[in-house]
Design a protein around this ligand. Structure first.
Ligand code: GLY
Length: 373
């Protein structure tokens, strides 16, 4: 940790703030990506309409200093601020915790003119967004993601929700945020395991949509591991742009276009559920899940072994797990049946065809799935 910090500090260069648009007409919004810009959340929110009350939702790991900085920046804009702090970790994406937020917001006098501001990783964003989507039939919601996974994936696109004990992300809604503000400097204090897990989702974007990005990641593994600001800012902006394009093309995952973002996720969600929420981090499960999906694609004659090997090598170099957890094959298939891509009781998978191109494949034989584990 000490030595990591030294490397990170020696690489301080200023990267220009970038603003990307998620072009969804009246539900469209900006993603601001910068370094050291977290104290701008108050300004960013005030630019997006009249706000008199904000409920900042955060977790115990992020409360100090990040949520406190955000709260201060909101107060500077004459916005009344309340802060709700949840326990960190995937088990917090539960119906009990959602009920806790609803009741907390009621006690704080939140109403339809309040804004929920999520400051934290994917768990905070998904849960806070779900509370925002459902409280008073929906209030405005702003994302200030502080983990890599949330910055490149979960904060953009409006998927919010909680887990059921037997099915990950099974209850939720689509609620686009009114804006996303990303400060890449928050990654410097992220627990290394969480940071590496976020790189799993970064690799996913290369495989599914962007062969050039995959080449870039392979050529910049040292910069990624050391959190070089230039590399990070390039990669985060690229992932957000790709995600924004996909979300605009299929906001509610109706045509199959948005489903490509779920590469490796049918396996990953089953592993997360069966191992117990929080045992495997989501990005770790995605890393293993992508390799399973790639092996499945090999079995179906879509890609060759070298294709899987390339992903394996990159994920392994980036410090991600690659070995399938020891779980019962039939239990995995049963858990996969809860996947939201299942149609008429048949498993469907996002499978690669070549680097940067994946397709949704129907009617996959469970025997092939088991063999790919
Ligand atoms: N993380 C998958 C999606 O947003 O659709």
């Amino acid at each position: 940790m000490e030595s990591n910090q030294t490397i990170k500090e020696s690489k301080q260069v200023t990267t220009p703030t970038q603003t990307l648009r998620v072009d969804l007409a009246e539900r469209g919004y900006d993603i601001e990506i910068g370094t050291g810009n977290l104290g701008g959340v108050g300004r960013f929110l005030a630019e997006r309409g009249k706000v008199s009350h904000a409920v900042v939702v955060t977790d115990e790991n992020v409360r100090e200093p990040y949520a406190a900085d955000v709260a201060e920046s909101l107060t500077e804009q004459q916005i009344e601020v309340d802060v709700i702090v949840i326990e960190p970790g995937e088990p917090s994406k539960s119906i009990d915790m959602a009920a806790g937020l609803w009741n907390g917001m009621l006690e704080l006098g939140a109403d339809r003119s309040s804004v929920v501001v999520a400051v934290g990783g994917g768990v905070v964003g998904d849960l806070a967004g779900f509370a925002a989507a459902t409280y008073a039939r929906g209030v405005r919601f702003l994302q200030a993601p502080t983990s890599l996974l949330a910055q490149v994936d979960s904060s953009v696109g409006g998927k919010v929700g909680i887990n059921l004990p037997e099915a990950k992300n099974m209850v939720g809604a689509f609620l686009q945020p009114i804006g996303v503000l990303i400060d890449t400097d928050t990654l410097a204090t992220l627990e290394p395991r969480q940071y590496h897990a976020g790189l799993g989702e970064v690799v996913k974007y290369g495989v599914i949509l962007d062969a050039e990005l995959f080449d870039y990641l392979e050529a910049n593994t040292a910069g990624l591991i050391e959190q070089d600001r230039k590399v990070l800012s390039h990669v985060i902006a690229r992932c957000c742009r790709l995600k924004a394009e996909v979300v605009v093309s299929d906001e509610r995952e109706e045509t199959g276009l948005r489903a490509v973002l779920n590469y490796g996720h049918t396996f990953a969600h089953a592993f997360e559920t069966l191992c117990g929420y929080g045992e495997l981090l989501h990005g770790e499960a995605v890393s293993i899940g992508m390799l399973c999906a790639s092996r499945l694609a090999e079995r179906l004659g879509r890609v060759d072994a070298e294709f899987t090997e390339r992903q394996y090598h990159l994920l392994d170099t980036l410090g991600l797990p690659t070995q399938t957890p020891k779980l019962d094959g039939q239990a995995i298939i049963n858990a996969m049946m809860h996947d939201k891509k299942v149609q008429h009781g048949r498993l469907r998978f996002v499978l690669p065809k070549e680097m940067g191109r994946v397709e949704l494949v129907d009617q996959v034989d469970p025997a092939d799935v088991r063999a790919a584990l």
